[in-house]
Design a protein around this ligand. Structure first.
Ligand SMILES: Nc1ncnc2c1ncn2[C@@H]1O[C@H](COP(=O)(O)OP(=O)(O)OP(=O)(O)O)[C@@H](O)[C@H]1O
Ligand SMILES: [Mg+2]
Length: 259
């Protein structure tokens, strides 16, 4: 896999936090989901977010983008408090972009129209829009289906459209919630390369990715975090993490490896 990712960030010269969650707690209808979570994502890193179904990974993404407000705790981006900033401000002022776990595309619009609709919002220069949309269509091999309505695309094609939509704005903070879900083997490999390229193209960009394709994700992650029972139970480099007893017992099991 060295072929895809040529270097791993194991240490930072200086700590430059991009996203900070400080003492976040959240309940839905009195059922607590997150209990006093503190997490720092650093500039430049690819961070994997792992944990069993229902542990709160998508909830954390929603808190970062501003779709959900925590009951307690604060969210910082670039060291600025954003806890009360609306979604669009976080997107425009801080370059936050998300590939949601599901949805996020208009079913009755074609693939091309979906991308165009987002381009109208996020690309300032009108003359650049069409070029960038076409570039994404080519990059994610959507040419053959670009005039097909999203509701008629396959699962993996839909995922590729939603990844292309998220990357149109040249985001600084890329959040991906299960981006590998439904992708075929070559598309998985291509997405890994795309994510690693996002890192190398812009050293200040960070990517936070959640996926149960843990092996595919850990191969490109500099660091990963495991959640269980409302808390972060382990974090570290992929190698450290898969040998961590807590992470093994709550998520990986005894036989998991990344080779
Ligand atoms: N709007 C909501 N109202 C009530 N409960 C919710 C709401 N959103 C999420 N939950 C609950 O919060 C918990 C965490 O959900 P979340 O979607 O964050 O899990 P996840 O870690 O992303 O799981 P998965 O791996 O299955 O995607 C779940 O038990 C879910 O039922
Ligand atoms: Mg989820």
């Amino acid at each position: 896999m060295g072929l895809v990712k040529k270097f791993y960030i194991t240490k930072f010269k200086e700590e430059r936090p991009k996203i900070e969650l400080k003492n976040i707690s959240l309940s839905f209808n009195k059922r607590q989901i997150l209990d006093n979570i503190s997490l720092t994502i650093r500039e430049g890193e690819i961070c994997g977010l792992l944990g069993p179904n229902g542990v709160g990974k998508s909830t954390i993404f929603n808190i970062i983008i501003g779709l959900l407000n925590p009951d307690y705790g604060e969210v910082f981006i670039n060291k600025k408090k954003v806890t009360n900033l609306p979604i669009y401000k976080r997107a425009l002022d801080f370059g936050v972009s998300i590939v949601p776990q599901s949805g996020g595309i208009f079913s009755d619009l074609t693939c091309y129209q979906n991308l165009n609709a987002i381009a109208d919002l996020v690309i300032k220069e009108k003359k650049d829009r069409n070029f960038k949309v076409e570039k994404m269509i080519a990059k994610f091999e959507l040419d053959a289906v670009k005039n097909i309505k999203a509701k008629h695309l396959s699962g993996g094609q839909k995922k590729r459209v939603s990844i292309a939509m998220a990357l149109l704005s040249n985001p600084k903070i890329v959040l991906m919630d299960e981006p590998f879900q439904g992708l075929d083997l070559m598309s998985t490999n291509y997405l890994q390369e795309t994510i690693v390229n996002l890192q190398t193209e812009d050293i200040n960009r960070c990517c936070v990715i959640s996926d149960h394709a843990a092996r595919d994700l850990l191969k490109i992650s500099d660091r990963a975090v495991v959640l269980a029972n409302k808390k972060i139970i382990a974090q570290g480099t992929p190698k450290d993490l898969i040998n961590n007893e807590q992470a093994k017992s709550f998520y990986f099991g005894e036989t998991f490896n990344i080779n």
